[in-house]
Design a protein around this ligand. Structure first.
Ligand code: AMP
Ligand code: TRP
Length: 333
């Protein structure tokens, strides 16, 4: 059986990096031969301080955004992580099989811990163990994510392998990452060496899925570039991170290759290119914002989807957890 699991944190509105790097692929994969399970990972969001009311509102809004992007609650299971207790429970079991050295190596942990200094919480270190539990609670075989999650998925494979080896079983699959498309790592519009992120202070660093046409045009117009014209070949993008980023975004949104984008715009100025870029972005995003507006007016529908999704997910995850407990020697009575 081929089963996909992926997740997204409700820490802020969804941005273009989330969409092009992950969610657009989640939508497309529904048409292929997989069972698809998608999750709003609110427990992961708690690794940084959250305002309770804001977290609740963002969780619902993000679920609605995923539906607006094309996640179909009939073909996919869509749910909120904290509504399925098996994730947190399996995470504890895995934490007893995960050497600290593996976790201390995680670049995302090192970056975030360096920023938080003395205030670094255990949950931040344990974050990838919970992620492994998310995936393996469904014995997922494939996980579509952006490039930044590669290392966490390697850890998931190590945890699965270590469980299988320790107990002499072939129980968990070694999950394959699916890092797909021309924009697997969308960079900040203000600094081409930093990834586009929900936590960046400047809203000009990212395109939010809910930005209107004028805001999108303004953000691309202000996006950092360099004084050279666009190159005609991909090699000409080397050492030009901002140009490379905008070209990759254009290619992904227009559904063409980077080569083709450069054949079209090579030798030209950024001003013209940025106008066209804003236009393809608006064409792709306006219908999503429109659908989101309608879904936000119907919270009962969204809550119903999450309730049903949670029940369906729990049924699968509890079965896997039961088997894990049997394998590990925990008593069932
Ligand atoms: P997060 O917002 O960190 O929960 O990420 C949700 C999904 O979006 C994950 O699959 C990430 O890899 C992906 N993602 C986040 N930021 C970017 C980015 N700047 N470029 C591409 N993919 C991204
Ligand atoms: N760590 C992921 C991110 O920040 C989100 C996530 C949590 C996830 N659990 C997951 C992604 C399981 C894929 C599978 O992007």
């Amino acid at each position: 059986m081929r089963r996909i699991f992926s997740g997204i944190q409700p820490t802020h509105k969804m941005h273009l990096g989330n969409y092009l790097g992950a969610v657009r692929n989640w939508v497309a994969l529904q048409d292929e031969d997989y069972e698809t399970i998608y999750c709003v990972v609110d427990l992961h969001a708690l690794t940084v301080p959250q305002d309770p009311e804001a977290l609740r509102a963002q969780t619902r809004e993000l679920a609605a955004t995923l539906i607006a992007c094309g996640i179909d609650p009939v073909r996919s299971t869509l749910f909120v992580q904290s509504q399925v207790p098996a994730h947190a429970e399996l995470s504890w079991l895995f934490s007893c099989l995960t050497p600290l050295g593996w976790l201390n190596r995680m670049t995302q942990f090192k970056d975030k811990a360096a920023k938080q200094r003395d205030n670094t919480m255990l949950g931040l270190l344990a974050y990838p163990v919970l992620m492994a539990a998310d995936i393996l609670a469904y014995k997922a075989t494939h996980v579509p994510v952006g490039d930044d999650q590669k290392q966490h998925l390697e850890l998931t494979r190590e945890i699965a392998g270590s469980f299988n080896h320790r107990y002499g079983v072939e129980f968990f699959p070694l999950t394959e990452p699916q890092i797909l498309g021309p924009a697997t790592r969308v960079m900040s519009l203000r600094d081409g060496t930093k990834k586009m992120s929900k936590s960046d202070e400047s809203d000009y660093s990212r395109i939010n899925l809910t930005d209107d046409a004028d805001t999108i045009a303004l953000k691309f117009r202000k996006a950092k570039t360099d004084p050279e014209p666009l190159p005609s070949e991909p090699a000409g993008l080397d050492g030009r991170p901002e140009a490379k980023n905008l070209v990759a975004i254009y290619a992904a949104l227009a559904g063409i290759s980077i080569d083709e984008t450069l054949r079209q715009y090579g030798g030209g100025q950024f001003s013209t290119f940025k106008k066209d870029l804003a236009e393809v972005a608006v064409t792709a995003l306006a219908p999503i914002a429109d659908r989101l507006g309608r879904l936000m007016a119907d919270p009962a529908y969204v809550d119903g989807v999450l309730r049903e999704g949670g029940a369906k997910a729990a049924a699968t995850a509890e079965g896997v957890l039961r088997d894990v407990k049997d394998i590990m020697g925990l008593v069932r009575s």
